[in-house]
Design a protein around this ligand. Sequence first.
Ligand code: BES
Ligand code: MN
Ligand code: ZN
Length: 500
Amino acid sequence: MSISVSFQKEHKTQPSMIVVLAYEGDEGVSLQPVSGLEASLVSLAKRALEANVQFKGRLGDFISVVTPEGSVAARLGVLGLGKAEALSALRAEEAGGKFYAALSSLGVAGVSLYVGDKLPQPDLTLDMLAASLANGAVLRGYKFERYKAPPKEMLPELKTLEVVCTHPANAKKAYEKLSCVSQGVFQARDLVNMPPNDLYPDAYAKIIKDTLKPLGVEVEIFDEKKLQKMGAGAMLAVGQGSDRPARMVVMRWNGANKKSKDAPLAFVGKGVTFDTGGISLKPGANMDEMKMDMGGSAAVVGLFKALALRKARVDVVGVVGLVENMPSSKAYRPGDIIKAYNGKTIEVLNTDAEGRLILADALHYAKQYNPELVIDLATLTGAAARITDYYGIAMCADKTDTTALKESGERVYERLMEFPMWREFHDAIKSNVADIKNIGGAAGGNITAATFLHHFTDYPWIHLDIAGPSFMTADVDYRLKGGTGVGVRLLYDFIKHTYA
Ligand code: BES
Ligand code: MN
Ligand code: ZN
């Protein structure tokens, strides 16, 4: 169940808890001043701080006490925001996320969060602080429970979050903008979390259409016949081992309303609904996790949802290649030579290096829009997955400026690590019998994959390997395991700052 968020000048409902904010400082903890709060609660908050010496006001630190009889709320809480001068929208979201986690372990159903009236620092408005705290809580409150009977015994969940602030209408406006992006993140997480028996190429294509068309996105689905006619031989080869045929889905959001077919931006996503490895079969342990191998495409779909909900004034194209990589008597084999959509021939040496084959055709399809920039997202390599657990995205870009995208990564905590595409990596995918082969040497697997893609991208292009952060097998900090929706916030922020 999702949380209902509202913004008020004073608390309206009877909350089970009232929460005030506090900062960490050199001279100890300081409470954020709140003019609208009863004096008795303010002094109770001070007493709570005196009694809880372990509470230092660090970001996300939380304490709560029971209030005396007759008080408006049964509990009073104090949420730490860290050092006032270090506070940012991102850090406020993090505090909101940790706040949600703390409330879930207490079983609080309704809370009034008092933002107070002192600006923590000049770069962050109180409206933005209010909106970001709420957005962080909502992002953390995501659940994927549609396949599960509700548990019989469980603590109440947070249902209503009332944010009490000085300019509720402005805070609400700021929140609604953030919320559109969060809806996109949830869309991507849902897709990644869906089981591969229900999310296969055709079903996935229909979900994309059903979700995005009502929002004004043009959605076109190419079936295998159409792909055959086009000559998308690389994608088709990967899909041919499965009884569930491949699909390519093209999305268009024309928010800038230019009449031409050109689009400044294109996003391409890998959508392997399940990756067994094919004939080059993967080992059995944890193979279930390969339901997440469509995380790149999920990010593209989530991004389009966010852009459409926000009615963003930008023209954007999205292309996703959807296939299931299965071993069967119809499957493509190591040794096969296939012909990609752009005419290049590829010697397949490992059928588990399938993502780059799908992307080859999807990337070439994007060319017709004369894009200023193409960004692809893919859970492409084990090498990228092993790089970091901290939401790090492995990036390669050939002669394309990545500064703005890196800045977005810092702002939304989807940080980018850039790898060089040295000549030696290009040499590594030369084939004896075809134009290129689909694997290189053992070193720098994420870079070899990128150099492979380079053969299909004769335009400005940035490659994002999200194999690491797309799906988490354990909670990290306050972030939840499962599909993360990584990429949506990154690209939305990038578009907002660079193109909109
Ligand atoms: N989908 C995998 C990459 C992956 C691994 C994603 C772990 C998430 C977590 C991809 O299709 C793959 O199998 N890559 C191989 C390529 C190799 C055979 C050249 C890899 O990186 O091991
Ligand atoms: Mn694979
Ligand atoms: Zn894969």
